[in-house]
Design a protein around this ligand. Structure first.
Ligand SMILES: NC(=O)c1ccc[n+]([C@@H]2O[C@H](COP(=O)([O-])OP(=O)(O)OC[C@H]3O[C@@H](n4cnc5c(N)ncnc54)[C@H](O)[C@@H]3O)[C@@H](O)[C@H]2O)c1
Length: 315
């Protein structure tokens, strides 16, 4: 299969590319290597995937996107390029809209038939202030609590409209907090591990009872590939581990895996954060055969082993 992976130099994208290459697919990466975090990390990810063709550019560059997708040039697009992260979206909501909404639409504009499958990276954050857990794809959601979440929900809605009008097969995947080797440096597990190993105090927001459904990256990639291979109609799937861990439990587990007692810097809950994320994955299990299998303890051990080996410094 010929597959375009947008954001393929990033955390999740680099793992998707690695697995696509391993099974023999022909992969093109489109990524602008922006400085949301150190681009050197992205360049290192690209070096790990030298078998893919790399195009440095922006998904908002219409001519470039046309050149890559016109005439059904690809069998599938895995669209992961985005401005990610809840907190930073409060600082620059216009950029988040521009990349995540307009950029997604620019890609879809080149896919106006049933030829190319489109897999869109959405997020558990779309559930926002939803208090019914676990979160199900059939929940009526309309209360996103951050600009980031609203852009991801907008992407899903535009994707439905696009599928309705042009028949493009589209699957929107709601990822639940993904972690593992190459995780973005500002994400909790990466940041906490780094600070713990340096003996620094970990910023600890709220009373530690907020809960997250942490999903190991290999499990997510398995879901992405299954969704790509079975992409038909318009579907939304939760991809999570379907287990929740409190912030306090997470920090304790990081302490156990690193062998360093964490020091906490207690701070109030942050605006835009949600109390809980918890995926009901019945639909993905049934329709995709998705079966996440990595426990938090095992996944953390793999992350920490990678972190020590990669010798990443403060970024
Ligand atoms: N990591 C998670 O826990 C998580 C959870 C839910 C959803 N997601 C979504 O999954 C996707 C991948 O996330 P990630 O954690 O790997 O983030 P990441 O930042 O590591 O990867 C995103 C990549 O997209 C590229 N990019 C950004 N804007 C671009 C543009 N305008 N043109 C071309 N490339 C651009 C970046 O350079 C980066 O390499 C994102 O869409 C994100 O919103 C991630």
């Amino acid at each position: 299969m010929k597959v375009l992976v947008t954001g393929g130099a990033g955390f999740i994208g680099s793992h998707v590319v690695e697995h696509l290459l391993a099974r023999g697919d022909e992969v093109t990466i489109l990524d602008n290597l922006n400085d949301f975090y150190d681009p050197e990390i992205k360049r290192a990810n690209l070096r790990d995937n030298a078998g893919a063709k790399f195009v440095e550019g922006d998904i908002r560059d219409r001519d470039l996107v046309h050149g890559l997708l016109a005439g059904g040039a690809m069998d599938g697009v895995v669209h992961l390029a985005a401005m990610a992260g809840v907190r930073r979206s409060l600082e620059d909501p216009l950029l988040y809209s521009d990349v995540n909404v307009r950029g997604t639409q620019i890609l879809m504009e080149e896919l106006k038939d049933a030829r190319t499958r489109f897999v869109f990276a959405s997020s558990s954050s779309v559930y926002g202030a939803n208090d019914r857990v676990p979160f199900s794809e059939s929940d009526d959601i309309h209360r996103p609590v951050s600009p980031y979440a609203a852009t991801k929900r907008a992407g899903e809605l535009l994707a439905f409209t696009h599928h309705h009008l042009y028949g493009t097969p589209i699957s929107c995947l709601r990822f639940f907090t993904v972690y593992g080797p190459r995780q973005r440096p500002e994400m909790a597990i990466h940041k906490f591990t780094r600070m713990c190993l340096k003996g620094e105090a970990i910023p600890f927001f709220g009373d530690g009872t907020t809960r997250r459904d942490y999903t190991f990256v290999d499990d997510i990639v398995d879901g992405v590939l299954r969704a790509l291979d079975r992409c038909e109609g318009y579907e939304i799937y939760n991809l999570g581990e379907s287990e929740t861990i409190s912030l306090s439990e997470l920090v304790e587990a990081i302490g156990r895996v690193t062998g360093v007692e964490p020091i906490l810097d207690r701070q109030p809950m942050q605006p835009g954060d949600v109390e809980v994320t918890y995926a009901d994955i019945t639909k993905a299990r049934k329709e995709l055969g998705y079966a996440p299998s990595t426990s938090l303890e095992e996944g953390l051990a793999r992350f920490v082993a990678w972190y020590r080996e990669s010798r990443l410094t403060e970024v």
